[in-house]
Design a protein around this ligand. Structure first.
Ligand SMILES: [Zn+2]
Length: 81
């Protein structure tokens, strides 16, 4: 079973949206679903970098969960302001 996440990130600097593909390492505490991903240190440790303006400040606006390359769950996140 391989789990991967596609994280959608909004750049507040240039207003672009981009996606980042994350594959958690196979560990006991690796996130198994979107809720666990959002609470995980793994996500907090990710460094997002906007390809347009190279701003490292990204706001996660959505997540897709994939298992064995099949889409199983989609989450839209409200940006907190
Ligand atoms: Zn940007």
């Amino acid at each position: 079973m391989s789990i991967a996440f596609k994280v959608y990130v909004h750049c507040p600097n240039c207003q672009k949206d981009y996606g980042s593909f994350l594959e958690p390492p196979e560990a006991d505490d690796a996130p198994q679903d979107i809720d666990e991903l959002l609470e995980s240190n793994f996500l907090r440790d990710q460094k997002f970098l906007c390809q347009e303006c190279e701003s490292p400040i990204g706001i996660v606006t959505g997540v897709k969960e994939l298992r064995n390359e099949q889409l199983v769950s989609v989450r839209r996140l409200e940006p907190c302001s």
